[in-house]
Write a protein that binds this ligand. Structure first.
Ligand code: ATP
Ligand code: MG
Length: 570
């Protein structure tokens, strides 16, 4: 059984922790989580896993989940990213109520915490250079050595810290470090830096600060300020947990925060085949012009997913299905695509679209005449009603639905064969026209007037082929973008057999050259009225969405979300 059809997990280790905390009444039944993005890029599919987990936990335990911008690093952050993140979380359908926070709003408290540590003899100002600090840090197998500045007095440390804040020193001249243990087997406990001098304009606090807290110092404080109970992060922070606990206990001792303190839990990040899920790499795709923008429908960003036609429901289903584990693993892209199909199959009305048009002439149908055929909008949801499709003498059919000389097993149009034009008439192919080069330019057929779908005689016709079609005179001609996977290989940038020794493969070289194909399609006329973000199944082709930015009223253009079947599995 694959992950795609296994039942949704009833529980996971984080739910077990929450259940236990509720049982022991650790937090008085309170469940407060947070999703803490750094606004230094757009959110990607991996973040959706974290969002669904954090907001989902709060939802199911009657708690709240905060949306907190972890904006403590001024150089890479911007309001554009903040806005895109707000949009993405809301689009996924989650609500932080009044709990929208910015870590930069806590800079004063963080600074006060730093002074408290100094006063308690738990932090000191180090004046070694960055190189010296690196050299004395030790390695995984060797302990570090104490800085010569480690024994500075509380008064001297406090004075230096205040002057760092006042802007008396150049960038890099001093660093505030926690005073823990330079011989700890955990390198993160070897007197980690907690404040550095950095003259940079912050997108929210402007030039108020010239010292900024390090992420590992800021994050636990943010959780404590907000009274978070369960602070859930990805596995790479596991080694930081001892510092998280050390810091919050030191600050609780100093009276900054009440106990019980927030507790950190780590889960395995989402690794997904055929994409890259790292903001650093996504920025390269945008800046290098390999995609049109952050919200290019091929991008594994949530804004790209939205334009692509992926659905919030599909992401939630995906998050349920892949579950939450403690060990890293890879998830197949087909699992995500299948979740989208599952939701879209329910939600998307059906329409006819001819993507590679070839003309079919019904020789025995009067020129200039037309009539309406009735087609249900959804095969198993009668409540979605039906629409009318005009039928006339000249129709567009799919080029691949005709073969002058059929291969074995071909059941569609070829001279002498009979097929049903779906929701319309049964027709018999009588031949084709070709140009001077032998290319088929039109197919000819005759229709059976008593074979119209939905009329009493229709069932007398037994045919093997069932084709979609669009009347030439009534067709809505539109641009349709056929999107496919962004990368051609499951693990972009990973070494492959035959790669030269010692040379890293560039993930850009693994881009799929066929990730977009734009066609001029012939669509059934009802599609002309589609609004931006309306979703459809184009029968036999896949799921499509009217592009939210490029569609005009009465002139939608469509993006392919996903094909009906996985064409990538071997
Ligand atoms: P990236 O690795 O893409 O640069 P990040 O971890 O630096 O992302 P943040 O803005 O810090 O991005 O992430 C916000 C939250 O999303 C964090 O709690 C982080 O652990 C989580 N997160 C990031 N990537 C993934 C992923 N692939 N799977 C699950 N959660 C993720
Ligand atoms: Mg990261």
């Amino acid at each position: 059984m694959t992950a795609a059809n296994s039942p949704a997990p009833a529980s996971n280790f984080i739910r077990n922790v929450v259940d236990e905390d509720n049982r022991s009444n650790k937090y008085g039944g309170r469940v407060e989580t947070r999703f803490p993005p750094e606004p230094n890029g757009y959110l990607h599919y991996g973040h959706a896993k974290s969002i669904c987990l954090n907001f989902g936990l709060a939802e199911s335990y009657g708690g709240v989940c905060h949306l907190r911008f972890d904006d403590t690093n001024p150089t890479k952050e911007s309001q554009e990213y903040v806005d895109s993140i707000v949009d993405a979380v809301r689009w996924l359908g989650f609500d932080w109520k009044q709990h929208l926070y910015f870590a930069s709003d806590y800079f004063d408290i963080m600074y006060a915490c730093a002074e408290s540590l100094v006063k308690a003899g738990k932090a000191y100002v180090d004046s070694q250079s960055a190189d010296e600090m690196r050299a004395t840090r030790g390695t995984l197998t060797e302990p570090g050595t104490d800085s010569p500045y480690r024994t500075r007095s509380v008064e001297e440390n406090l004075d230096l810290l205040r002057r760092m804040r006042a802007g008396e020193f150049p960038d890099g001249a001093h660093v505030l470090r926690a005073k823990i243990d330079m011989t700890s087997p955990n390198i993160n406990m070897r007197d980690p830096a907690i404040y550095r001098i950095r003259r940079a304009t912050h997108h929210r606090t402007g030039d108020k600060w010239c010292i900024y807290p390090m992420y590992t110092f800021a994050h636990p404080i943010e959780d404590a300020i907000e009274n978070v109970t369960h602070s859930i992060c990805t596995l790479e922070f596991e080694d930081q947990r001892p510092f998280y606990d050390w810091l919050l206990n030191a600050l609780a001792d100093a009276g900054h925060f009440p106990r019980p303190l927030p507790q950190q839990y780590e889960f395995a990040r989402l690794n997904l085949t055929y994409v890259v899920l790292s903001k650093r790499k996504l920025i390269q795709l945008v800046d290098g012009g390999h995609v049109a923008s952050w919200n290019d429908p091929r991008m594994p960003t949530l804004s790209g997913a939205r334009r692509r036609g992926f659905t919030p429901e599909g992401f939630r289903l995906f998050a349920e299905r892949i579950g939450v584990a403690k060990a890293d693993s890879w998830i197949e892209m087909s699992v995500l695509e299948e979740c989208m199909r599952e939701h879209l199959n329910e939600a998307a009305p059906r329409r006819f679209a001819v993507l590679d048009p070839l003309k079919l002439v019904i020789d025995n149908y009067a020129a200039g005449a037309s009539e309406l055929c009735v087609a249900p909008n959804h095969p198993f949801k009668p409540e979605l009603g039906a629409r009318e499709i005009p039928f006339s003498r000249e129709l567009w059919i799919e080029r691949e639905d005709f073969m002058e000389t059929p291969v074995k097993g071909f059941r569609r149009l070829y001279p002498g064969n009979t097929v049903r034009l779906r929701h319309g008439f049964v027709v018999k192919c009588v031949g084709c026209d070709k140009d001077a080069d032998g290319n088929v330019v039109a197919v000819h057929a005759e229709y059976f007037p008593d074979s119209k779908s939905g009329t009493p005689g229709a069932d007398n016709y037994k045919v093997k082929g069932n084709l979609h079609w669009v009347s030439v005179a009534h067709a809505y001609a539109a641009e349709v973008r056929l999107y496919d996977r962004l990368f051609a290989v499951p693990h972009p940038g990973a070494r492959r057999d035959g790669d030269p020794e010692g040379v890293e493969r560039d993930f850009i070289a693994d881009l799929n050259p066929d990730s977009i194909r734009v066609v001029q399609a012939k669509l059934e006329p009802a599609l002309r009225a589609a609004c931006a973000e309306d979703r459809y199944q184009f029968e036999r082709h896949g799921y499509f969405i009217a592009d939210r930015f490029d569609s005009a009223e009465g002139a939608p253009v469509f993006n392919r979300t996903v094909t009906l079947k996985d064409s990538w599995s071997k």
